[in-house]
Design a protein around this ligand. Structure first.
Ligand SMILES: Nc1nc2c(ncn2[C@@H]2O[C@H](COP(=O)(O)OP(=O)(O)O)[C@@H](O)[C@H]2O)c(=O)[nH]1
Ligand SMILES: [Mg+2]
Length: 253
């Protein structure tokens, strides 16, 4: 024990202590919150990042903040999959508080252009001809906007190291025209403003697709997207996320 104390002192004197701590196996993982309204695809995104890209029955909802810890490309990470339902607001606030207190955190903010598949029934979300109902998509986009304001309030109290907005389910909305109108919507007002109301940051907005699945089991979305783009987008998302993690000066916590 005495020897351990002496070595610790020596390392501190040499200015090497921090570096050693960073390599210790018991150091705490870096925390990433996966946030967003219900049915945007948070659990699916997390599953796909962790190598499990399968469709989720829409009746299966995340009820409590679920933690998933592990190594990813040399990074020791803890993902917190947050429940998005209005109903679980208390639980969500608790997760934000415990994530923000005394601990650094990062956020993956998951949106999907209103294509939320959760508690709503098929009749609410689809027209008779099985196309997504415009009024449903619009209402859910509004929910995304409200959620962005809620996040901004949290960020006023606790500042995340970084925020990536993942515009998921790209297999449903991707349109090869350039520039992408859907992505633009999240880069501009009112959405980008709501999210960065208190802390001005350059928004990082990336398209994403966890798996291919017809909307409410019937509407196939954009057929060509999955073959042409999905993997490229997943790789790019991972690249940006790992780059942000390596750029953090204090890899601690
Ligand atoms: N088409 C498509 N469906 C997805 C995608 N990601 C999730 N989903 C589906 O959307 C529903 C809600 O996803 P889930 O991850 O549970 O949403 P959460 O409430 O945000 O955790 C599930 O039925 C998923 O299979 C995606 O990238 N594309
Ligand atoms: Mg979930």
């Amino acid at each position: 024990m005495e020897l351990a104390n002496q070595s610790m002192k020596l390392l501190k004197e040499l200015g090497l202590w921090d570096r050693v701590v960073r390599l210790l196996p018991w150091r705490k993982p870096r925390r990433i919150l996966v946030a967003g309204p219900s049915g945007t695809g948070k659990s699916a995104l997390l599953g796909s990042l962790r190598g499990n890209a399968r469709a989720i029955d829409r009746a299966v909802r995340t009820q409590f903040a679920e933690k998933h810890e592990g190594r990813m490309h040399g990074q020791f990470l803890e993902f917190v999959d947050l429940p998005g339902q209005e109903l679980y607001g208390e639980e969500r606030h608790h997760a934000y508080r415990s994530a923000g207190q005394g601990r650094s955190f990062r956020v993956i903010n998951v949106v999907s252009d209103g294509y939320h598949e959760g508690a709503a029934d098929e009749k609410t979300a689809l027209e008779e001809n099985r196309e997504p109902r415009a009024s449903y998509l619009e209402a859910r986009r509004q929910r995304e906007l409200e959620f962005a304001s809620e996040l901004a309030n949290v960020f006023e109290l606790y500042s995340p190291k970084w925020v990536i907005t993942a515009v998921s389910k790209a297999d449903l909305w991707w349109d090869s025209s350039v520039p992408q109108p859907t992505l633009q919507r999240y880069q501009e007002a009112p959405y980008a403003e709501a999210l960065s109301r208190y802390r001005r940051t350059t928004p990082i907005v990336l398209p994403y697709c966890s798996h291919r699945k017809p909307f409410f089991g019937t509407w196939p979305g954009r057929q060509d997207y999955f073959d042409d783009k999905a993997e490229e987008h997943r790789n790019e998302f991972l690249r940006v996320m790992l780059q942000l993690l390596t750029q953090e000066e204090d890899g601690e916590e």
